[in-house]
Design a protein around this ligand. Structure first.
Ligand code: FES
Length: 368
């Protein structure tokens, strides 16, 4: 803002609006179209409607009640479509079974399309409302000192009330109700998207705290699915493994989710080399089982250095010492890999003694 040497101020002119002539002191301005743009912030009439060549002509909706009614219905229709799209979003989430990659892809497409439609129609309805039905007068307001005076505050309240009247928010009940309805349904989208963070995971073993492991659950080798005997592991060996009951989970995303929680590695070392464990005697004759999922951001790990007993995550180089409770010795991970307590069953095969005692996976959320 440029201060006038006599205390006046040049009125604010939004970019892209009408090009104004160079500033002249108020007393020398003669063009009535420009006079409305020059204002003194200390004067009561600091906000003026642009008149003359800068004024807007009446729109069809200003002079034709039927056009105004038609525009009102169009706005309400857009808000109604938004509400229907939100309902479609909920139905797509609830009704589509994620039992295959194809259905997962369709679920994502429908969720994205309905969410986009509900947001677009809210925005389009608001713009259409503003362009066709809200007051069309253009105002300028003189810049002023940052601290608002009491008069300016009163002026703001007055302006707000006038804006409310201009928009017809209180008068046009059809628009008001349809907008309120659409806005009331909109948060459902966020609730649905956050639903998967809840305790129960559909189709999987239950909740963020639970995996497929439990007392007596057999350990089988990944890919082959064969039970594992202690003698199958030599000193220094690493075997990728999973719970036998993974086969009971339906194929597709539910099984992949369950595997992401339950995948483990088995390593064997001399019992005397074990410095510490996460529970008393959770190994079996030097065989230790740990979650395969890095606690940084969840990469699967199996780069094992048998001399040092270090396990290296290839994603960001977090390194865990498996001989010492899988504590982090290097890298960005903040937690040890959870250890699975194991033993053997009557047939001499390795089984779990219980579920993991610690949370599996990346530390991106805090347990309640
Ligand atoms: Fe393993 Fe980042 S995911 S270090």
């Amino acid at each position: 803002m440029s201060e006038h040497p006599e205390g006046g101020a040049r009125a604010f002119q939004p970019e892209g609006q009408h090009q104004q002539p160079a500033y002249e002191p108020p007393e020398t301005v003669t063009d009535p179209a420009v006079q409305g743009l020059i204002a003194d912030p200390h004067e009561e009439a600091s906000r003026r409607i642009i008149e003359g060549e800068h004024s807007h002509g009446p729109r069809q909706t200003d002079v034709d009640p039927r056009a105004a009614k038609r525009a009102e219905r169009q706005v309400a229709a857009l808000f109604a479509v938004s509400a229907l799209a939100t309902v479609g979003f909920v139905l797509a989430y609830v009704l589509i079974d994620l039992d295959s990659i194809t259905s997962l892809a369709w679920s994502n497409r429908l969720l994205g399309a309905t969410l986009a439609l509900s947001l677009f129609c809210i925005g389009a309805g608001a713009i259409h409302w503003a362009k066709k039905l809200m007051g069309d007068d253009e105002y300028v307001q003189a810049r002023h000192e940052l601290r608002s005076t009491a008069e300016e505050r009163e002026d703001f309240v007055d302006s707000f009330r006038r804006g409310t009247d201009d928009s017809g928010f209180t008068r046009r009940s059809l628009i008001r109700r349809s907008l309120i309805g659409a806005m009331a349904l909109l948060p459902i989208n966020a609730v649905i998207l956050l639903w998967d963070l809840a305790e129960e995971k559909p189709g999987g073993p239950g909740g963020l705290r639970e995996t497929l492991w439990g007392p007596g659950v057999p350990i089988v080798a990944a890919v082959t699915g064969e039970h594992v005997r202690p003698e199958d592991l030599s000193i220094g060996a690493l075997v990728n493994a999973e719970p036998e009951n993974l086969e009971e989970i339906p194929e597709g995303p539910p099984r992949l989710n369950a595997l992401a929680d339950s995948a483990i590695i088995l390593v064997r070392m001399e019992p005397a080399e074990i410095v510490s464990q996460q529970g008393p005697d959770w190994d079996y004759q030097g065989i230790l089982a740990f979650s395969k999922i890095c606690t940084h951001v969840g990469c699967p790990i199996s780069l094992y250095e048998q001399e040092t007993h270090h396990l290296l995550c290839p994603c960001h180089q977090s390194t865990y010492d498996l001989a010492d409770s899988a504590r982090v010795v290097f890298g960005p991970a903040a937690r040890s890999l959870p250890q699975l307590a194991i033993t053997v069953d009557e047939g001499g095969y390795l089984v779990a003694r219980q579920d993991f005692a610690a949370l599996v996976g990346p530390s991106t959320w805090e347990p309640p």
